[in-house]
Design a protein around this ligand. Structure first.
Ligand code: DX5
Ligand code: ZN
Length: 212
């Protein structure tokens, strides 16, 4: 299992130290939550802070957009060269076009599904996607309770990926901890995002190890 700690739960007063600590503790990606105060009822960070995050690590960045104007934010974050940019399918009229735009920047495109959104919405996009991000909480805040239906949803998505012979990875985000990670792995999940579980632990390395 690959682990992407969400810096939303980090101590922002010591952000570069926190990022160095999760990287030394063996994280695989650094998950960056971008919220615009419109798509979700919370506001986080823009390219100035994400640039500082990028400078504090050699690990790939996983940018999760929770915004209304996806194209604007893709153009804003692309110069920082994250590994992934994911956008919410619920907020995009032309997902196929946006996937190509992200790929043209040399970035891996990913789509995020809210808890209520079925995997069938992306059936005809799968072969163009490097990753699908399944939300296991309603987006907007760290530290929420895991919604268990994502386990069955991950298994359905995995079947769809195998049926299409696609290489798309599955990532799950929200309320992930040492109790639900095994069921996610069994359902075919490749990457878990963990905010509170990692940054709330006294020892980041043992928290990350327990998810792996
Ligand atoms: C929620 C964010 C998540 C969140 C995860 O909108 O997308 O990445 O920070 O935090 P935990 O693991 O605490 O649920
Ligand atoms: Zn996220």
């Amino acid at each position: 299992m690959l682990v992407a700690p969400s810096i939303l739960s980090a101590d922002f007063g010591r952000l570069s130290e926190e990022i160095k600590a999760i990287c030394e503790a063996g994280c695989d990606l650094v998950h960056v939550d971008v919220m615009d105060g419109h798509f979700v009822p919370n506001l986080t960070i823009g390219p100035v802070v994400v640039n500082a995050v990028a400078r504090a690590t050699t690990k790939p960045l996983d940018v999760h957009l929770m915004v209304e104007n996806n194209t604007f934010f893709v153009d804003l974050f692309a110069p920082l060269k994250p590994k992934y940019i994911s956008f919410h399918i619920e907020e995009e009229k032309h997902p196929h076009r946006l996937i190509q735009k992200i790929r043209d920047y040399g970035i891996s495109p990913a789509i995020t599904l809210n808890p209520h959104t079925p995997p069938s919405t992306i059936e005809y996009l799968l072969e163009d996607l490097d990753m699908v991000l399944l939300m296991s909480v309603n987006p907007g805040f760290g530290g929420q309770k895991f919604i268990p239906s994502v386990i069955e949803k991950s298994a359905r998505l995995k079947e769809m990926i195998l049926r299409q012979n696609a290489k798309t990875l599955i990532e799950v985000d929200g309320g992930v901890n040492n109790h639900n990670v095994k069921a996610l792995r069994d359902a075919g999940v490749d990457i878990v995002v963990a905010g509170n579980y990692v940054f709330g632990a006294s020892d980041y390395k043992s928290a990350i190890d327990s998810l792996k």
